[in-house]
Design a protein around this ligand. Sequence first.
Ligand SMILES: Nc1ncnc2c1ncn2[C@@H]1O[C@H](COP(=O)(O)OP(=O)(O)OP(=O)(O)O)[C@@H](O)[C@H]1O
Ligand SMILES: [Mg+2]
Length: 477
Amino acid sequence: MDIAELVFDEKELKEVTKDVSVSILVVDDDSSLREFLEIFFKREGYKVFLAESAEEAIQVMAEESIDLVLSDVRLPGMDGVSLLKHIKAQYPSLPVILITAFASMETAVSAMKEGAWDYITKPFNLDELRKVVRQALAASSKPQSFGTSQGEKVYKLGSMIAKSPSMLKVFQLIPRVAQSNSNVLITGESGTGKELVARAIHDLSPRRDKPFIVVNCGGIPENLLESELFGHTKGAFTGAVSEKKGLFALAHHGTIFLDEIGELPPTLQVKLLRVVQNRAFTPLGGTKEIKVDVRIISATNRDLEKEVMEGHFREDLYYRLNVINIHMPPLRERKEDIPVLVQYFLDKYSKEQGKSLQGISSYAMKALMEYPFPGNVRELENIIERSVALSTSNLILPESLSLAQYKSQQNNKHQKQQEDPFKLPPEGIDLDAFLDSIERKLLKQALERTGGVKTEAAKLLGINFRSFRYRLAKHRL
Ligand SMILES: Nc1ncnc2c1ncn2[C@@H]1O[C@H](COP(=O)(O)OP(=O)(O)OP(=O)(O)O)[C@@H](O)[C@H]1O
Ligand SMILES: [Mg+2]
């Protein structure tokens, strides 16, 4: 890849983030409702297409690029649910919202199972309609793609941005996963975006208006974690002066995100298994079981399968939590995301800090492309935030990246390899004899490696041929 190409300027950035006009197709046999919706959506700034029947809608979709379909369930001929099935087969990522009379609520619920984004009941509330449509579009099942000036695509989903095929796969999976209620386990190194994925799943799910509760299983002391998760009754233990609701109860109807699940102590693994199996738990000190409706998403940066094999994590719990696995690849395995993320963070922090940085020098970008990012995207973000703050020119230069930590790590590694065999023993050494013995060993190794070709061996040792010959003679080699 030509690194110079990776330097964006402001004009290009605008192209990356520009808006595209959004088209809504309204399908209803009631002409007055059609007209009403046409006026309403036009006023909202959308492009509107109308169809009187499912058959006509199919034709419109074949001819026009439609971003959302709003369809009545009851239609003459093919009905709204059959239209939905057709759309899901032909355009799986196209959001469909169904309109239904109160009486056909059941149809609407089964339509949700067929993949409808949502349904609204007649007579509808315009605020609600506006909200549902906006949510469906914002969270549009397909990751929004923007053409860059090089004709390359950058994908955005929730607050995540990416370009690599491996991340596009994750982005495509999220909306589908969001529609189901299955437990999800997100795996991946620290800073790869596991929490962002969990949030995106919640925001795209039918639970999006309900709580999203984050529990850091590794950050809460073991003796507190149980009452945090399940709550306690008054007087359950010393200090329990009043009743307390647990996080599972707070997450009712919503999503609970169990971060660092690998840190969960064995006693709580048993309790969690019960919640996962029965969707019920008993608060500390309590006797009555409380039923909850929660979706469970967990995350870990550990190799949980290995922990199971080693007996540190319950196998039954692991399989129940890992119904759907989403793996976040480390940044060093998707380097094509680096330039896109750099530009994204550069824009974010320049705005935040009131600076007008235009881009990043090609040398600085090259340094980033070669850096292994042990802290993944979070580390890249920190590097850019710091560089923007430190930068005195309108370009980010290699020196303001302060990858010093990396350099010192590299140096340390280097030193360790070299240092250890050269430790000065407490009794001291004969330096000349020691250096001679090392020289002799290295000369021999160089000759062996080059099959006795002296010119090559000299090169390997970084000395000229004359010097090499002289040393060989000295050591009688
Ligand atoms: N694809 C992305 N686009 C934009 N920002 C991202 C992306 N991935 C990660 N980030 C940034 O990196 C930060 C870290 O992400 P997140 O907290 O989701 O990581 P994590 O995998 O949960 O890490 P940990 O295991 O350390 O908790 C986010 O707050 C966000 O700012
Ligand atoms: Mg996290």
